[in-house]
Design a binder for this molecule. Structure first.
Ligand SMILES: Cc1cc2nc3c(=O)[nH]c(=O)nc-3n(C[C@H](O)[C@H](O)[C@H](O)COP(=O)(O)OP(=O)(O)OC[C@H]3O[C@@H](n4cnc5c(N)ncnc54)[C@H](O)[C@@H]3O)c2cc1C
Length: 361
């Protein structure tokens, strides 16, 4: 079968790897001129890691991922609020919780997919489907026709909006923005095998190692809407490593993103021969750190559905049926995670442990 995938993010590339491994003729179309990986690092919980393993990428992934053995959260005066040992999670959940550099993960996925079928400078502007074919049209004037099309074109998916419409975004009630940046691990005294966070009602900043001598800090606050305000606020948390982290980070290296909550989610992902995958299907807010993990699970479930049958409609319907409610449930948990995260301690890891089976691949 000929299958086109729009978007070379974690979702599109992992879907491509799964479908190509089944012997399908797969092409991935990406609007950027080269591979991109916006952001700094990613945390993946065991459900997302199990999906990567299930896609046959265990060795490559273990080589680039950092296992996180514990979570420790402090208040802004440095008093310990919460500690969770996750070193037994590989035994309990068949995979560790990990942190990884976004760029390294994207590069690994692109290499596993193969450069020969990765088409950059292909911005999809519209797509259509009949009962037997799907087509994508690109801003460079070219078109693609395949037996199926996977829309993995991210949060503001053009294909979703043109095909289904209806998704509205509004700023997160608790924290409207997230700031983050990568730094050299040897410049700051943080645990290289743990997530360490600092919380108070004004906001929080956490640190995660991502391998190759690097780590990243990331944080949010209801009291800041610019990078300057963020630096001023957290620069005063003298009993924590945050002021030093901000000092050693060049201003231009700090990334600020809006955290928008989606309303009016699609009642169905599959329309004819087109389906949605990753953020295009279930735009997350990142407080539960599940967006990329859910995209990976989508890809694994899609691959498994195509492995079972040659009937494309049946495979696309099965994928939609198995994934939609589960992914929307995780989005609901993510909103609650956001609420809990704004309340000093971070019980997300505990909550996750309780819910982990429900979120599983
Ligand atoms: C601040 C922040 C922190 C996060 N932290 C985590 C975390 O720790 N753990 C986690 O699991 N998740 C996290 N997430 C969520 C995670 O980043 C996303 O869920 C994940 O990247 C979704 O992957 P995707 O492939 O669906 O979309 P994307 O990564 O957005 O990829 C979409 C791709 O499609 C391309 N594209 C877009 N439009 C078009 C078009 N018209 N034509 C062709 N190509 C197009 C884009 O250029 C991009 O390459 C975080 C998100 C944010 C904002």
């Amino acid at each position: 079968m000929r299958i086109g995938i729009c978007g070379a993010g974690v979702g599109g590339l992992s879907a491509g790897i799964g479908l190509k491994a089944l012997g399908h003729d797969v092409e991935v179309f990406e609007r950027s001129p080269a591979l991109r990986a916006t952001g700094a690092g990613l945390m993946l919980w065991p459900n997302g890691v199990r999906a990567i393993y299930g896609l046959g990428l265990r060795d490559q992934f273990d080589a680039i991922a950092v296992k996180i053995g514990s979570f420790r959260n402090y208040d802004s005066s440095g008093k310990l609020l919460f500690e969770k040992d996750t070193s037994d999670w590989p035994a309990k959940y068949a995979a560790p919780v990990i942190a990884v550099n976004r760029w390294t993960l994207s590069s690994m996925l692109a290499e596993a997919f193969g450069a020969d079928a990765l088409r950059f400078d292909h911005e999809v502007v519209s797509a259509e489907t009949t009962s037997e074919k799907a087509r994508a049209h690109f801003s460079n004037g070219t078109s693609y026709e395949g037996d199926a099309l996977i829309a993995a074109d991210g949060l503001h998916s053009v294909i979703r909006d043109k095909l289904i419409g209806g998704v509205d975004f509004h700023p997160s009630e608790h924290h409207a923005f997230r700031w983050r940046a990568i730094f050299d691990l040897d410049e700051l005294d943080i645990d290289p095998g743990a997530q360490t966070g600092y919380y108070d009602p004004a906001g929080w900043v956490a640190f995660l190692p991502i391998g190759n001598g690097k780590a990243y800090w990331f944080g949010s606050s209801s009291k800041a809407s610019t990078t300057g305000e963020f630096i001023e606020l957290f620069g005063s948390w003298k009993s924590t490593p945050i002021p030093k982290a901000l000092r050693i980070t060049p201003r231009e290296a700090i990334i600020q993103s809006a955290l928008d909550v989606a309303e009016g989610l699609p009642a169905k992902w599959t329309h004819g021969r087109i389906t949605l995958l990753g953020d295009a299907a279930h735009p997350p807010i990142p407080d539960l750190a599940q967006g990329a993990g859910q995209a990976l699970i989508d890809s694994k479930v899609l691959r498994d559905a195509f492995a079972k049958t040659n009937d494309i409609d049946q495979a696309l319907d099965e994928y939609d049926r198995l994934r939609r409610d589960a992914a929307y449930y995780v989005m609901q948990c993510s909103l609650k995670g956001s609420f809990l995260g704004a309340n000093k301690v971070d019980p997300i890891a505990v909550r996750y442990e309780r819910e982990i089976e429900a979120m599983g691949a």
